[in-house]
Ligand binder design. Structure first.
Ligand code: UT7
Length: 325
């Protein structure tokens, strides 16, 4: 008998305010057509002045809990993947713990930027499969708009805000790929590539903030190569083929990156979940936002085999294979 972490609930939240490409073209020297042709992005949601990362995360967690049929008292942990915490400390997860009224268990943040949700899922899976916890929430929540230089057209067009959460619960499995829940995860990072996407400063280097800078073409090239490598790794380790995957849910950064992966592995386009046109890149929130969209509209169903794949600054990247339900 093997322990598995089943995903028993999912929920997400997007702030009401939308900034379209046309709106952006009033701020910087860009056009709707350029943004769509290079990224596939049409619009992004942006947090209002009153909205913090924890507000977005709280709304997503409440929806995920509701869909799971479990209550706050059933939870053993909250792991929040975020690069945009409300404060440097305490963690956004402990803030969430307080806001949810959860009086037991533990909570901490994970910072792996756009790779954060896969990292958090892998860590949560370890707590559950080793028997240290029965049930918990993994939430990816970001207010990336707060990190942007809105005068920099090379980055301002790419990001958006949002949150998505899943509830995980221990379940017995046979140890085979027919089990429900998280079947396998792989994590990677390469610190030699810190400088291709980074904030220029932070609290440990003198200034609390800094500016986001990116070597866009380098990130693009590494994303295609490393995300492809992670899919290859998952397929060869499990003995599966791309045909066996019911849904491919990649990190939503750039539609051209997703399309390059789809082409390489010959995923049929109707099996690929894309939300990038409406959400832009919401960093650690992008995968759970896409999952929730596809569960809500009835595409992802109980028993489906779902492949998740993400890459972020660091670089960090990884994949997860999940049998839904
Ligand atoms: O989770 C990871 C997060 N980051 C990413 O995924 C980013 C990965 N990289 C990319 O998505 C792409 O590199 C970008 C979308 C950022 C840029 O697309 P690109 O096709 O690599 O364009 P480029 O940087 O090579 O720029 C081409 C041209 C340049 O003009 P010149 O030098 O050819 O005259 C840029 O100055 O496009 C210009 N440009 C723009 N033009 C209109 C750059 N940004 C813009 C813009 N609007 N927003």
């Amino acid at each position: 008998m093997n322990k598995r972490s089943a995903i028993i609930g999912v929920g997400s939240f997007l702030p009401e305010k939308i900034i379209t490409n046309h709106d952006l073209s009033q701020l910087v020297d860009t056009t709707h057509d350029w943004i769509v042709s290079r990224t596939g992005i049409h619009q992004r949601h942006v947090a209002g002045d009153h909205e913090k990362t924890s507000d977005l995360a709280l709304a997503a967690c409440k929806k995920a809990l509701k869909s799971s049929g479990r209550g706050v008292d059933d939870l053993d942990f909250i792991i929040c993947a975020t690069t945009t915490p409300d404060q440097i400390f305490p963690s956004t997860s402990t803030r969430l713990q307080g806001l949810l009224g959860m009086s037991k268990g533990f909570a901490f943040d994970i910072q792996a930027v756009c790779g954060g949700f896969i990292y958090a899922l892998a860590v949560a899976n370890n707590f559950i499969t080793t028997g240290q916890a029965q049930r918990g929430i993994v939430v990816g929540a970001e207010t990336m708009s707060r990190l942007l230089d809105w005068n920099d057209r090379s980055t301002a067009i790419l990001f958006g805000d949002g949150a998505g959460a899943v509830v995980l619960e221990a379940r017995d499995g046979a140890g085979s790929l027919a089990d429900f829940g998280i079947l396998k995860t792989f994590l990677h990072s390469d610190g030699q590539l810190n400088d291709i996407l980074q904030m220029t400063e932070g609290p440990g280097s003198g200034t609390c903030f800094g500016t986001m800078i990116m070597k866009g073409q380098d990130v693009f090239r590494h994303a295609v190569e490393k995300l492809g490598g992670a899919i290859e790794e998952m397929l060869s380790d499990t003995g599966l083929t791309a045909d066996d995957i019911d849904w491919f849910v990649p990190h939503q950064a750039n539609e051209r990156i997703i399309d390059a992966l789809v082409k390489r592995f010959d995923f049929p386009s109707h099996k690929v979940i894309k939300t990038v046109s409406l959400h832009a890149n919401t960093s650690a929130a992008s995968i759970p936002l896409a999952l929730d969209a596809a569960v809500m509209d009835g595409r992802i169903k109980k028993g489906d085999l779902v492949l998740l794949d993400a890459l972020g600054a660091g670089l960090t990247w990884g994949s997860a294979l999940v049998r839904w339900g």
